[in-house]
Design a protein. Structure first.
Length: 257
């Protein structure tokens, strides 16, 4: 009887410890999300990533924590100055690693598959397609999973990814693969159909139009971005504000206005 009582007390203690650990993890996650809401500030974005790192360490089997950490690192890479290539590669690589941890937990993870490929894409843009950082097979598998489960994930992200993939290809490689900039434009338009007010997509579309010598169409897209409020899509207002700034700079550079 005493042994049974002792075992009962031990199990009760373990359950209490588990509940306490869960509460601590959730507190860390909430702190991360509180900083995430203020992510326009680099300091707050880094705080968000730091808290999310702690949350994943405390609860390493939580897929959502890893996905949100991957998004946080991607965002830090986006707002890091373009001249700081080494730092950008480091944070995008961390984002890719975090996303892959989500995939290790759940092979069908929409967020894990998407952000592993998108972070890797940024690393490849910086280092070059011949750097060895790019894995086309993994990219294709990951985006196929996202397309089959949630085709409009992250504001038409799959279509935007393929549009950017084709745009970033060296012209000779693009020709060998029988792609053209018209294909890039096609995918961006599909992304805009999913969500017309995510400014990143329209900025990327304008860049493809410029490369394709369709300057009037590029100008139309840039004017759309600079003349609309970033809060038109409230949940990504900081992102819209960031890409609006880039669009304004490109409009000035290309069209002097």
């Amino acid at each position: 009887m005493k042994k049974l009582l002792l075992l009962a007390l031990v199990f009760a203690g373990l359950n209490l410890l588990s509940a306490a650990d869960k509460t601590a993890c959730e507190a860390l996650y909430k702190q991360g999300m509180a900083s995430w809401e203020k992510r326009s500030s680099m300091d707050e974005a880094k705080k968000a990533a730091n808290f999310l790192e702690k949350a994943t360490s405390a609860d390493p089997m939580n897929e959502k924590y890893w996905v949100d950490l991957a998004v946080a690192y991607y965002w830090i890479g986006e707002i890091t100055p373009l001249s700081m290539k080494k730092e950008r590669v480091e944070v995008y690589s961390k984002g890719e690693e975090a996303a892959l941890r989500a995939v290790a937990i759940n092979r069908g993870s929409v967020g894990g598959n998407f952000w592993s490929v998108v972070n890797n894409g940024r690393v490849t843009e910086i280092k070059g397609i011949l750097s060895g950082s790019f894995n086309f097979g993994r990219c294709l598998r990951a985006m196929t999973i996202v397309s089959s489960k949630e085709p409009n994930y992250y504001y038409g992200g799959v279509f935007r990814y393929w549009g950017q993939f084709i745009y970033e290809m060296p012209s000779m490689l693009r020709s060998v693969a029988q792609f053209t900039l018209d294909d890039s434009i096609f995918f961006y338009k599909r992304s805009i159909e999913a969500e017309p007010n995510f400014f990143m997509t329209r900025l990327f579309l304008a860049e493809s139009y410029l490369a394709n010598k369709q300057r009037d169409k590029a100008k139309t897209e840039l004017l759309y971005v600079v003349n609309n409020s970033p809060s038109v899509l409230p949940e990504v207002e900081p992102e819209n504000r960031h890409y609006q700034k880039i669009a304004r700079e490109l409009l000035e550079k290309e069209f002097k206005q």
